[in-house]
Design a protein around this ligand. Structure first.
Ligand SMILES: [Zn+2]
Length: 511
């Protein structure tokens, strides 16, 4: 800092005089030697894990309880007013904008791209849920984006290059800001393998440092825009140098203030558009660092802001389109789907068959209570599938031993509440004797030492003690992040004509 006050040498005076004739202030700043430049103020506005919560919703906790919060027009309204107050503000979205509301599912995330094209963030980093509608769809979304989509460690071996740009450099109030995108290392465990075909994730710290070296001479500060989770970002910060802040996402962590780790400010702003983070910094270009900062985490209360008219128009038109999409006919049902909470049902068989097939699991289970309606023979509309499966439950893969599987099946005799519909398995119960008469998996006897994969929903796994008589630590659990309904929609559309009949896979005697 003290070098700012060095005496002016004749050469510097000459530079200053020349610069007085320069046409724009920006040129003046560029031409000044660094030691003569005053620190500059740069604001960073950031959010993460928006999950297509495009419409305001009611807060159910904290001081905003009962108030309308969030929605993209509201968030954009906050952005607009803060950008007016803090000119040159850098606007950052740390990923997982897709998945969470019908419009995202119906448009395969394109709703979010349309909205973000209006907001025009300075940069966006890809999150795991951006893969929910497949890699090709994500590629289309990236192509349609009017803003920088970044990820420095997401490698596409079909292109033999990174999937998107690793970084961008922008200028704000005379400071050059490098923004490096990052995705979590264990992406594969949260994305269906088919959705990230020929993609791999490279080491986060090494990838970031590779690009830090590339851009250090062209930037005054470097920040990481990370979809990696708060704990992982904090660990990552210990392995980095020359990075000044990490704007994170994925763990939905609400940080009222940044957490400094290894001189790096780790930030994250909750989820679902409930908060907007604002890091106001003073940058010293000589030491290439923040010399001061202030931080505010603002809750996006609807009544406190003028919503963005442009974003509101897009959100409204998207919602109007839902009506058209919901009425779209995707298939024809030949036999009525009839629910049955006391035994096998053809709708339960169909749901489990398509789910098991999709995940190539050995078995599928769906609780009868989660099937919310039957359907008459005739056209199947998108709306019907939404009404049959209105919950955004994700499919979870549970790996059990044959011995555990037998225990689950026997547990169900004594704890029959919310009967499990099934696929891949045949079981016969005698309810008066309270015994399992027979059980086979895909026509074969259950082998105690063998591993079996069960595709089921996160509601059942969330109540695994009740449904399976096991605890989570007894088994291997992997949440695919895929909403069960999306699989049903896809299957109905592919099959076109559906003729579903029961086949005696679940026999309950002496009920
Ligand atoms: Zn995530």
């Amino acid at each position: 800092m003290k070098k700012i006050f060095v005496s002016l040498s004749p050469i510097i005076l000459f530079v200053l005089l020349i610069n007085q004739c320069a046409s724009t202030p920006a040129q003046k700043i560029n031409a000044l030697p660094q030691e003569l430049q005053a620190p500059v103020s740069v604001s960073f506005l950031h959010w993460n894990d928006f999950h297509s919560a495009n419409i305001p919703y009611t807060s159910n906790w904290g001081y905003t309880k009962g108030l309308q919060i969030g929605g993209y027009a509201t968030l954009a309204g906050y952005l607009d007013s803060l950008k007016l107050l803090y000119s040159g503000a850098i606007v950052l979205n740390a990923g997982d904008d897709f998945q969470g509301s019908p419009i995202s599912a119906l448009t395969k995330g394109m709703s979010q791209i349309r909205i973000l094209n209006e907001i025009k963030p300075t940069a966006f980093t890809i999150g795991n849920h951006e893969f929910d509608y497949g890699k090709d769809n994500l590629q289309k979304a990236v192509n349609a984006a009017d803003f920088a989509v970044l990820s420095c460690n997401l490698f596409d071996s079909t292109k033999m290059s990174l999937f998107v740009l690793p970084y961008t450099i922008v200028e704000s109030n005379g400071a050059r800001i490098g923004i490096v995108g990052l995705i979590m290392e264990d992406l594969k465990s949260t994305v269906l393998p088919g959705n990230m075909d020929k993609m791999s994730v490279q080491d986060p710290a090494k990838s970031i440092m590779k690009y830090v070296e590339e851009i250090r001479d062209k930037t005054d500060v470097i920040v990481v825009l990370s979809h990696n989770g708060f704990r992982e970002d904090s660990l990552l910060a210990t392995k980095l140098s020359e990075v000044d802040a990490i704007f994170g996402g994925h763990s939905h962590t609400r940080l009222k203030q940044p957490v400094p780790v290894n001189n790096i400010l780790v930030c994250q702003a909750g989820s679902n558009g409930q908060f907007l983070g604002h890091l106001r910094t003073t940058i010293d270009k000589q030491s290439k660092s923040f010399v001061e900062y202030k931080y505010e985490l603002t809750e996006t209360v609807v009544k406190n802001i003028k919503p963005s008219a442009g974003v509101a128009r897009i959100v409204d038109s998207l919602e109007a389109n839902i009506t058209i999409e919901m009425d779209r006919v995707i298939g024809e049902l030949k036999t009525p789907w009839v629910r049955n909470s006391q035994g096998e049902s053809n709708i339960g068989d169909w749901i489990n068959d398509v789910t098991r097939e999709y995940f190539k699991a050995d078995i599928a289970f769906q609780n009868s209570g989660g099937i919310r309606k039957g359907l008459n023979a005739g056209p199947i509309k998108v709306r019907d599938i939404w009404e049959i499966s209105p919950f955004d439950n994700t499919i979870v893969l549970v790996t059990v031993s044959g011995e555990q599987l037998v225990r689950i099946l026997e547990w169900r005799i004594k704890n029959p509440r919310d009967l499990l519909q099934q696929s891949g398995i045949r079981r016969v119960y005698d309810m008066s004797a309270k015994i399992m008469v027979d059980a086979t998996v895909n026509g074969e006897a259950i082998v105690p030492q063998k591993q079996y994969t069960i595709a089921t929903n996160n509601y059942i796994v969330g109540h695994i003690d009740r449904f399976f008589g096991l605890s989570e630590s007894d088994v291997i659990i992997k949440d695919t992040g895929i909403v069960g309904r999306d699989i049903l929609l896809k299957a109905a559309e592919e099959q076109r004509v559906i003729n579903s009949n029961t086949d005696g896979r679940l026999i309950i005697q002496n009920q």
